[in-house]
Write a protein that binds this ligand. Structure first.
Ligand SMILES: Nc1ncnc2c1ncn2[C@@H]1O[C@H](COP(=O)(O)OP(=O)(O)O)[C@@H](O)[C@H]1O
Ligand SMILES: [Mg+2]
Length: 377
């Protein structure tokens, strides 16, 4: 505990990827310190704090992290709930976001049930573990559909689209062994995400809505604020419902499909989210800073926008730094990761005075990087 404020000052984070790194970059100026548990020798978070190397569910390492921290958090949603609970047993420090939220975010079935319980529209689905169950689910829900692993999916991994009955066995075999979920394929008009933070005292700060473009299941581009009053109203209501129900502390993200003016919740993330990276330059207080403020027991910061933002993910191959930085007003974030196809290596953000100006500069940037995305404004 900090001697001056009584709030937490030593933050322990399970996972040391780019999210952990950006949490550190946001929290260090506030006087907070960071330690991580991470598997890799080359963790992006090593730039902002000590990394205890080893498996993320190693009881000895987690206990060590917990003992040296005022609050324990995670930058990876598959951190073991049981191991985290054990690691903090008998200690004064708390875990934030709450483990209940982590457990929900780890299993698509739990997410769907939470959405349904709170009256948040979501895609029709069925949990399946066997081929006959999948056939019955397809008969009930229809085609096309998406078969997904209930856990451990990210960046579109652990998914198979099924368009015809003939494709059912191959799709099942490609994911067999893990608990699965079959859901209807949503011919969405767009995808948006809602991000908000909730503090220990229950106060909330909700960011403007973000519109997202995915390629091969991976987020490529986010534009924000996405000014659609009807969607903002729905998203804010749904986000507040989840934040309050989970007695949440920290930053939470919900991804939605937009269909005929209505939001359908796709999934949630009990942590900072890729679609909120624009808030680093685009908001008075970034998602990272508000997450660490919340978990450290500090007041939330203002989430007013500083302009109209575009965030582009740099995936698989890092364009030459000089080329990117030659773009006027471009903010670069290089995660210092080894290149690999489909891997998020960094992102860049543009902040413009108007939506029109942002859209024009975004199109120019995409063209310079030889990237094509459909339905750009
Ligand atoms: N039921 C669906 N209908 C249409 N597109 C989908 C569906 N499920 C996933 N997708 C597409 O795949 C992307 C990634 O899927 P998602 O469920 O968010 O998994 P994750 O982000 O964990 O990999 C979505 O953002 C969307 O573009
Ligand atoms: Mg997703």
């Amino acid at each position: 505990m900090s001697r001056r404020t009584g709030s937490a000052s030593r933050i322990g984070i399970v996972g040391g990827g780019q999210l952990g790194r950006m949490l550190g970059l946001a929290g260090i100026p506030l006087g907070l310190s960071f330690r991580f548990v991470d598997t890799g020798a080359d963790s992006p978070a090593a730039a902002v704090g000590e990394v205890l190397p080893g498996p993320l569910d190693d009881p000895r390492l987690l206990r060590q992290l917990a003992r040296g921290s005022d609050v324990l958090s995670f930058d990876w949603e598959n951190a073991s709930v049981a191991a985290l609970a054990r690691a903090t047993r008998g200690l004064r420090g708390r875990i934030a976001p709450p483990l209940r939220a982590l457990a929900v975010g780890q299993d698509r079935l739990n997410e769907k049930r939470l959405f349904e319980r709170l009256g948040i529209p979501t895609t029709r689905y069925a949990a399946v573990s066997t081929l006959p169950q999948l056939r019955r689910a397809v008969a009930r829900i229809g085609l096309p559909g998406v078969l997904k692993t209930r856990s451990f999916g990210y960046d579109g991994k652990g998914q198979a689209v099924i368009c015809s009955a003939e494709e059912i066995p191959a799709a099942f075999r490609s994911l067999e062994g893990a608990p699965l979920l079959y859901e209807e394929y949503v011919p969405f008009e767009s995808e948006v995400s809602a991000l908000g933070a909730r503090a220990v005292d229950g106060s909330e700060a909700i960011y403007p809505l973000t519109r997202n473009w995915h390629q091969h299941g991976i987020l490529r581009l986010s534009l924000a604020p996405w000014e659609d009053a009807a969607l903002v109203r729905q998203a804010t209501r749904h986000l507040r419902a989840v934040l309050d129900d989970l007695d949440y502390v920290g930053l939470l993200a919900i991804e939605f499909f937009v269909r005929k003016g209505r939001l359908y919740a796709n999934e949630l993330a009990p942590r900072v989210h890729n679609s909120g990276h624009w808030t680093i330059e685009g908001s008075e207080t970034s998602q990272f800073e508000n997450h660490v403020r919340a978990i450290a027991g500090l007041p939330l910061g203002n989430v007013a926008s500083r302009g109209h933002c575009a965030m582009l993910n740099l995936i698989g191959r890092m364009p030459p730094r000089a080329e990117l930085l030659a773009v006027p007003g471009l903010h670069l974030h290089d995660y210092d990761k080894a290149p690999r196809p489909g891997r998020k290596l960094g992102h860049c953000t543009l902040v413009a005075a108007s939506a029109t100006e942002r859209n024009r500069r975004t199109r120019a940037l995409l063209q310079a990087l030889a990237l094509k995305l459909p339905d750009l404004p």
